[in-house]
Design a protein around this ligand. Sequence first.
Ligand code: SF4
Length: 372
Amino acid sequence: MRMNKSGGNLPSSVNIAPLRRVSPSRFFRMNCCRLREVLISNNNEKLLPSSPNMYFGITAHNFLQNVGRGNITKEDFDNEWLSSITVLERQMLGTREEYLVPFNKSLRGYELKKRLLFKEASELIEVVGGKYKSNNKTFPGLERWFETGDSIVGGYIDKLAFTDTGIEIIDYKTGSIFNNDTHEIKEEYKYQMLLYAALLYENLNEWPSALKVYGLNGVIHSIYYSKEECIKVLNKAKEMFYEINELILENNNFIELQKYLANPAPEHCQYCEFRPLCNSYWEKREQSPHLNWNHDIRGHFESLKTLGNGTLLLKVKSATSIFKVRGLNPNRHLISISEGSFFSIYNLLADTNDNCFREKLTTVIYTNQQDM
Ligand code: SF4
């Protein structure tokens, strides 16, 4: 079986430069953890694999854009989609995300998601083709860039619909729109749309008549807003931009900078690809072990044994516990051991016994400590 070994040593340096802009689609996440957004905006290599849903979402969004621009016809849906997914899968071969290939196996509900996407794309063709049965007059092309006069906040709005009652801002979402706990539209989408409304006003001197989020199931959700709220969020985004950049310019030591920018919490760190670099994450989870953190462990090498079935059993000792990780595939991980080796292991499956874990598809092992 084809395998790409994951993990190994952490990078010896991190790119950190001031932000150039705040994007409405990233504002909410930036509010959750500024460090993660700074690392992403500086194109640092992701150290943990992303979810297949994220890749599906990006590919689906590009697909819809091309449909909206008239580059893909209904007859081409299957071929064009297959070719986009094939390109993506080829790019992943040989990377730490190779395990996602093929997508139709790694992504739960792949076929259903694809069918819903095609349904959305068919409706889009009708809208763009002018067959939309509504009062709407014109449908300019998809995606239009808007930014503030000082260029601090800016992003592409998926679509503007000029209707009899005013301009509607439309955003297409390919994932779940509602928060599972509150059953309300996710806050990140709400803030994104509020920022778009403020950007529209700043550029066209007109507030939108509606903010609408289109789901893949064809359902349209409206977000109600007040002008004051939009202005407040826009000001908050600018404040955050200045604060972050000031901190970056004042602190050239990454570990020091983390203290100001990181905001570790289970819900923020759960999908963060930079956990291996983040001391704040480890400190916080060690201070608050009762919280619902990811199954990640770290500590010094204790022992490594090959089991009867050919998999590895690794024991790692932290200040308080000895962790056992069984079922490690020796072909998957770069495990180099020397005196006092330090391991941090991510995305494990918890076993029934305390401090015992197993490997899963996304498990990654790093074999040194971050000291930049
Ligand atoms: S691990 Fe958590 S605190 Fe650290 S950068 Fe990621 S989200 Fe932020």
